[in-house]
Design a binder for this molecule. Structure first.
Ligand SMILES: *Cc1c(COP(=O)(O)O)cnc(C)c1O
Length: 501
C-alpha cells in the first residue's frame, strides 16, 4: 500500500519510442539469399525518406512488453466499471475461437462447406430465445448500441406496416443508458424523458401523462442504471401497450436476470443482448462486440435479413441442412455478413460451459456480490436510492467535511490497484460512482476493494490533497481529460520532421 503522503513531484514519464531506441545497422531480420533474379522496384514505389526504426527483435519485444504493462485489464485486477460488466473472460472461449475449423472459414464460402458454423449460429439463436423468452433472434448487430438501433427500426417498421404513421415519440426514463436516446434520435424520433420516482422506478404518473397515440414505445433499461429493478414493471408494460406502443428492453443488463426472469415473459416486446458483457467476451477499447436482438412473434417478420434457419430437415441418415432465410417484412441488413462470428462463438462456448443451472448461478452471485459491497459501503458513502440492488449500485462520491469529488476518489482507487468505477453516470445521482463487481470476484477481492474505499474516505478528511492529485502510483499522473479529448494525438510515434512533412 502507498505511503500516506503527498509526493512533491508529479510523476513525469517520457517513454522512448522505437525511433529514439533506433540505432543505424541494428536489425531484427535476416533475409535469405534470393534464388530468383533480383528485379528492381519501380521508382514510384520507393519512398526515400521512409523512416523505419532499426532495432533487434529483443528491443522491439521489450518495448511493447513494457508498454503493455501500462494497461489495466480484467486479467490484471478488479474492474468494477458499472454497466460495463467487466467479468473475467474464461480462456476456453479463446481456445475454441482458435480452432482452425472456425478460425479459417470465410463468410463467402459455399454454404454446404460451413454447415458446422451455420449449426452453431442456429443453436445460438435457439439458446438466446430460451434464455430470454423471445420467439425470434437476429445475431447481426455488432454491439449493444447497434442492437438498439436495429430495435427502434423494427418498432417503427411495425407501426408503419399497420398504416399507423403518426407515432413519432419515444419515451425514455432518465435512468436509462445514454445509448437509448441516441439510438432513437438517430432515426429522427422525438425523445421524451420520463423522470424517476423517489424509489428509482419509472414515475408512473409522468409515464401515463405522455402515453397517447403518437408513442412509438418505451425504451426501458431494467435493471436501470441505478442497478434497480423497476417495482412496477407490469404496470409500466401495461400502460405502454394500452396506448398502442411497444416496450423495448435494454438487455445489456441481463447479467442480473439469467435463469430468474425472461424479459419476453414479462411483456417486453423486443430486446438486445450484449454478448460481450453477459456472456463474457473481451470488450472495451472499441473492440468488437455483439448485440443480438430478440423479438416477440408479432415482430419476427421485421428482423434484419438474413436469419439462419433449417432449410431441409433431413432424416435419420441425413443431417439437417442449414441455410439463410429473409424475414418477409425485413428492415434489411444492419451488418455485413453474419455479425461478429468470433464473438458469438465465444459467447456460445460460455453458455455451453455453464448450462442452465450455471447461468442462473451467474446472476445469483452477480446480485449477491453487488449487495455485499453495497452493505459494506453504505455507511461510508451516501446511496441515494438505497434498496436491494441487482448487479450494480450507485453511490455518491462525496465525503462529509471534505471537498473531494467522485473523480478524486476514482483516481485515488488506482493507487490501490483497482480500476475506478464508472463515474458521473447516471446523471440523476450527484457525483455518481457506479459500482458493478460482477460474479467472478471472490470475497477477498470485494473486501479489499471496500476497505480501500473506506480508507480513501478517511484520507479525504485528513489529507484531501492526496486525492486531488491522485493517482500517484501510475506511470502517468492526473490527466487533463478535456484537453486530451479536444486535442487528440493519435500517432505520437512519428518523428517530428516526418509528421509535419
Ligand atoms: C453497455 C450498454 C449499452 C451499449 O452497449 P455497447 O455494446 O457498448 O454498444 C446499452 N445499454 C446498457 C444498459 C449498457 O450497459
Amino acid at each position: 500500500m502507498i505511503e500516506n503522503t503527498v509526493p512533491m513531484e508529479k510523476p513525469k514519464v517520457v517513454e522512448p519510442t522505437l525511433f529514439e531506441l533506433s540505432s543505424p545497422g541494428r536489425s531484427g531480420v535476416t533475409f535469405p539469399q534470393p534464388d530468383v533474379p533480383v528485379a528492381s522496384l519501380p521508382k514510384s514505389l520507393l519512398r526515400k525518406e521512409l523512416p523505419l526504426p532499426e532495432l533487434a527483435e529483443v528491443d522491439v519485444i521489450r518495448h511493447y512488453m513494457h508498454l503493455s504493462k501500462f494497461n489495466y485489464s480484467v486479467d490484471g485486477g478488479f474492474y468494477p466499471l458499472g454497466s460495463c460488466t467487466m467479468k473475467y473472460n474464461p480462456k476456453i472461449n479463446e481456445d475454441i475461437a482458435r480452432l482452425p475449423g472456425f478460425a479459417f472459414t470465410h463468410p463467402l464460402q459455399p454454404i454446404e462447406s460451413v454447415q458446422g458454423n451455420m449449426a452453431l449460429l442456429y443453436t445460438m439463436q435457439e439458446w438466446l430465445k430460451e434464455i430470454s423468452g423471445f420467439k425470434a433472434v437476429t445475431l447481426q448487430p455488432s454491439a449493444g448500441a447497434q442492437g438498439e438501433l436495429t430495435g427502434v427500426l423494427i418498432m417503427r417498421a411495425y407501426h408503419q406496416s399497420r398504416g399507423d404513421t403518426k407515432r413519432i415519440k419515444m419515451l425514455i426514463p432518465d435512468s436509462a443508458h445514454g445509448t437509448n436516446p441516441a439510438s432513437s434520435g438517430m432515426i429522427g424520433l422525438q425523445i421524451v424523458q420520463i423522470p424517476s420516482d423517489k424509489h428509482g422506478n419509472v414515475d408512473l404518473a409522468a409515464l401515463k401523462a405522455e402515453c397517447d397515440d403518437t408513442v412509438v414505445g418505451l425504451m426501458l433499461t431494467n435493471p436501470n442504471t441505478l442497478g434497480l429493478f423497476d417495482e412496477h414493471l407490469e404496470e409500466v408494460v401495461k400502460t405502454i401497450h394500452a396506448c398502442g406502443g411497444l416496450v423495448y428492453g435494454d438487455g445489456a443488463n441481463l447479467n442480473a436476470l439469467l435463469g430468474v426472469l425472461r424479459p419476453g415473459d414479462a411483456g417486453i416486446d423486443l430486446m438486445h443482448f450484449n454478448l460481450h458483457k453477459t456472456f463474457s467476451t473481451p470488450h472495451g477499447g472499441g473492440g468488437p462486440g455483439s448485440g443480438p436482438v430478440g423479438v416477440t412473434a408479432s415482430l419476427a417478420d421485421f428482423l434484419p435479413a438474413p436469419i439462419v434457419d433449417i432449410v431441409d430437415e433431413g432424416d435419420d441418415d441425413i443431417p439437417p441442412l442449414y441455410g439463410f432465410i429473409n424475414p418477409p417484412k425485413t428492415i434489411g441488413r444492419v451488418k455485413s455478413f453474419h455479425g461478429h462470428f468470433g464473438v458469438i462463438l465465444r459467447a456460445f462456448t460460455y453458455i455451453a460451459m455453464h448450462g442452465p443451472e450455471g447461468l442462473r448461478q451467474i446472476s445469483e452471485y452477480a446480485v449477491l456480490n453487488a449487495n455485499y459491497l453495497l452493505a459494506r459501503l453504505r455507511s461510508t458513502y451516501n446511496v441515494p436510492y438505497d434498496r436491494i440492488c441487482m448487479h450494480e449500485f450507485v453511490a455518491e462520491g462525496m465525503v462529509e467535511g471534505s471537498d473531494v469529488r467522485a473523480l478524486d476518489i476514482a483516481k485515488r482507487l488506482m493507487d490501490y490497484d483497482f480500476h475506478p468505477p464508472t463515474n458521473y453516470f447516471p446523471m440523476i445521482v450527484h457525483e455518481a460512482l457506479m459500482i458493478e463487481p460482477t460474479e467472478t470476484e471472490n470475497k477477498d477481492t470485494l473486501d479489499a476493494f471496500a476497505e480501500a474505499l473506506i480508507k480513501i474516505a478517511a484520507e479525504a478528511k485528513t489529507n484531501p490533497e492526496l486525492l486531488h492529485e491522485a493517482p500517484h502510483k501510475t506511470p502517468f499522473g492526473r490527466m487533463d481529460e478535456v484537453k486530451a479529448a479536444r486535442e487528440l494525438v493519435l500517432c505520437c510515434w512519428l518523428p517530428e520532421d516526418y509528421a509535419s512533412s
